[in-house]
Design a protein around this ligand. Structure first.
Ligand code: SF4
Length: 349
């Protein structure tokens, strides 16, 4: 699919826009002052395939902790600051590689000039993030799609006025259709790289669907340079969801795990096995199709179209490699045997 042309910015060494691979973002939910807790979450996010990680900086103690986390991880981290210039400067001093500001929460633009100068000097981009729930009062009564777009562009203009061009825009709304409409409108009138996602999408049951439709629809139209699937769930679920959206649309290579819905013929724990294989392969950026089916009847047939396959049996199951039956293994050894086969396959890819 043809992607919308956008300018490029860099978050440390991670490019956003200008034809760069679409990056996956997530945000920590550990308190930023809990340095150990944050580092543990960051490690899990990285292992799941997250490209960019954001931390909230709500106070000075968090800004200091942010610096410690930057030093300890060496990663390009994003500081989320709502309306305090002082905190924005502190986060930059402590190594933030991108700043997220929310114009809806800002009533005072007087210090944008100094902040822009600092961002330019440090070559750090800013994300202007406008949310449906935090539009400035002056937009009350206006069509929400227009208000979101206008608010985002107005804030970008304030930075542009001072020569700050490294801007990413995010418009987010919890209503999937408004979210899509506002991003379409914005995409048509500017070349800023766009961070897309449905905000407050909800739990796994609801949020996955809203995110897949909200993000997927825009990506199908070539809109979106970096994505976040905002979920009320363990942070790594956001990364799994975002990865799957990209893989489903052919925008990122990775392991596709095909699993059957199970029925009375099922002989193995399909859900448990498929889930473990998904976790085991989440970080792999090579194209591979794995099938986990609960019976030999369909499992062997489906395995013929997969790079690797499991076809469940009563006490023993069949492992397939490249569509051919490789061997039969005891069910208690199935996962370990599969992992060994997977590693051999990956080494030869
Ligand atoms: S693959 Fe086999 S076990 Fe799975 S749903 Fe189909 S028939 Fe049932």
């Amino acid at each position: 699919m043809e992607r919308r042309k956008s300018r490029r910015v860099y978050v440390g060494d991670v490019p956003i826009g200008g034809g760069a691979p679409i990056s996956i973002q997530s945000m920590l939910n550990a308190k930023t002052t809990d340095v150990e807790g944050c580092i543990a979450q960051i490690q899990r996010l990285k292992a799941a395939g997250c490209d960019l990680i954001r931390l909230a900086v709500p106070d000075e103690a968090s800004a200091e902790a942010f610096g410690e986390i930057v030093k300890r991880t060496g990663l390009p981290l994003i500081a989320d600051v709502h309306y305090s210039y002082k905190l924005a400067h502190l986060a930059l001093k402590n190594g933030a590689k991108k700043l997220r500001m929310n114009p809806g929460n800002m009533t005072d633009f007087s210090e944008i000039e100094a902040l822009s100068k600092r961002l330019i000097d440090l070559d750090v981009p800013v994300r202007v993030g406008v949310n449906g729930g935090s539009l400035a009062p002056k937009y009350a009564g206006m069509n929400e799609v227009d208000a979101l777009t206008e608010s985002a562009l107005e804030c970008a203009d304030v930075f542009e006025k001072y020569g700050m061009h490294n801007i990413v825009i995010a418009i987010k709304h919890s209503d999937t259709l408004i979210n899509i409409a506002a991003n379409r409108k914005l995409a048509a009138v500017c070349d800023y790289p766009l961070h897309i996602g449905v905000t407050e999408a909800g739990t796994l049951r609801t949020g996955l669907i809203k995110s897949a439709i909200g993000i997927g629809t825009l990506l199908m139209e070539g809109i979106g340079d970096t994505i976040r699937a905002s979920l009320s769930a363990d942070v790594v679920e956001e990364v799994y969801a975002a990865s799957k959206i990209l893989r489903t649309l052919g925008l990122r290579q990775g392991v596709d795990v095909v699993a059957c819905p199970t029925c009375a013929r099922t002989q193995i724990d399909v859900e448990g096995l498929a889930s473990k294989i998904e976790e085991m392969t989440a970080h792999i950026k090579k194209p591979l199709r794995v099938s986990v089916l609960g019976c030999p009847l369909n499992g062997i047939g489906e395995g013929k179209d997969s790079d690797l396959g499991i076809a469940g049996g009563k006490d023993s199951s069949v492992l397939l490699d490249g569509g051919e039956i490789l061997k039969t293994v005891k069910n208690e050894d199935l996962l370990a045997e599969f992992e060994e086969l997977l590693n051999k396959k990956l080494a030869n890819l």
